[in-house]
Design a binder for this molecule. Structure first.
Ligand SMILES: [Zn+2]
Ligand SMILES: [Zn+2]
Length: 282
């Protein structure tokens, strides 16, 4: 059983290819790949990175008996998913050792080979300073613009991380229009990682930058006390009596939720069915 480390370098720099490495400390083995500055197909950066890492894993003969430690960065999100789905033993880890050193040094060698002064080095992980100097160096000469990365293909959102669903009981703020997304209305949930932390963004369906990959939205139109309301079907948070039949809706079972002014309308989907036109899955 071998222990492999997967790390990247250069992701924060506006120029030069990101470096991906697959490293084993004992016995010492090092594999590396570069991300192209641009690519013209429809792949997300995560997908391009995943393919590069898989190439290295094949070349290195990494097996399911080995243990993999993978940097938790966004760029490896697609890889994380793939490793889980394919039964590899892996976990995210903060890279301190050889993998980190190797990745950084390969990234810097690339910059130096282009003519950047070799005496300017990354110090104490102060990437911002280092990348700012690389940036300044690029601006000195228009011919160096060829080293600038295509940020557009890199920012291409991964639609698999967008989910259309019914909002639960709290209002959210839309990341695009900054307006409120009301409770129990359709919402797009975008999940991503930033510096290893799981984060979320929310959008109105019309504000979402991409068409969500998954649709868990179940919208209903109901009539309640003379009013037509739009609601959603969600698993009940807590057992509460149905407002139509008075019997309890057990927690975790499907329940209709809608807002009527400040009041929450709640109950069995079947009980509301005869109150209005039920649209089923939107
Ligand atoms: Zn919006
Ligand atoms: Zn009921």
């Amino acid at each position: 059983m071998l222990q492999w480390y997967i790390e990247d370098a250069g992701g924060g720099c506006r120029a030069f290819s990101e470096v991906l490495v697959l490293v084993c400390e004992q016995p010492r083995r090092i594999y590396k790949r570069y991300l192209p500055l641009t690519w013209d197909n429809k792949l997300s950066m995560e997908e391009v990175a995943r393919r590069k890492v898989l190439e290295m894993m094949r070349e290195a003969g990494v097996s399911r008996n080995d243990r993999l430690y993978v940097c938790s960065g966004n760029i490896f999100f697609g890889l994380h998913k793939w490793l889980t789905e394919n039964g590899y033993q892996w976990e995210t880890a903060k890279m301190e050792g050889l993998a980190h050193e190797v990745a950084e040094s390969i990234f810097q060698q690339q910059i130096i080979a282009a003519g950047f002064p070799a005496d300017i080095k990354l110090e104490e992980r102060n990437y911002r300073d280092y990348y700012r100097q690389v940036d300044a160096w690029i601006k000195e000469d228009p011919a160096r613009a060829k080293y600038i990365k295509d940020m557009k293909v890199r920012c291409k959102p991964d639609h698999t991380r967008y989910l259309l669903k019914g909002n639960a009981g709290s209002a959210r703020t839309c990341s695009r229009c900054r307006k409120k997304i009301m409770p129990y209305s359709p919402i797009v949930h975008y999940r991503f990682r930033e510096q290893g932390k799981k984060k979320s963004r929310f959008f109105h369906p019309g504000c979402s930058p991409v068409k969500p990959h998954k649709n868990k939205l179940h919208q209903v139109h109901i009539h309640w006390r003379g009013q037509e309301l739009q609601g959603v079907v969600l698993p009940a948070r807590e057992p509460l009596p149905c407002m139509v039949c008075g019997r309890e809706v057990p927690a975790g079972t499907r329940a209709v939720y809608a807002c009527r002014d400040k009041e929450i309308v709640f109950g069995h989907p079947a009980c509301f069915e005869h109150t209005g036109k039920n649209n089923g899955n939107a």
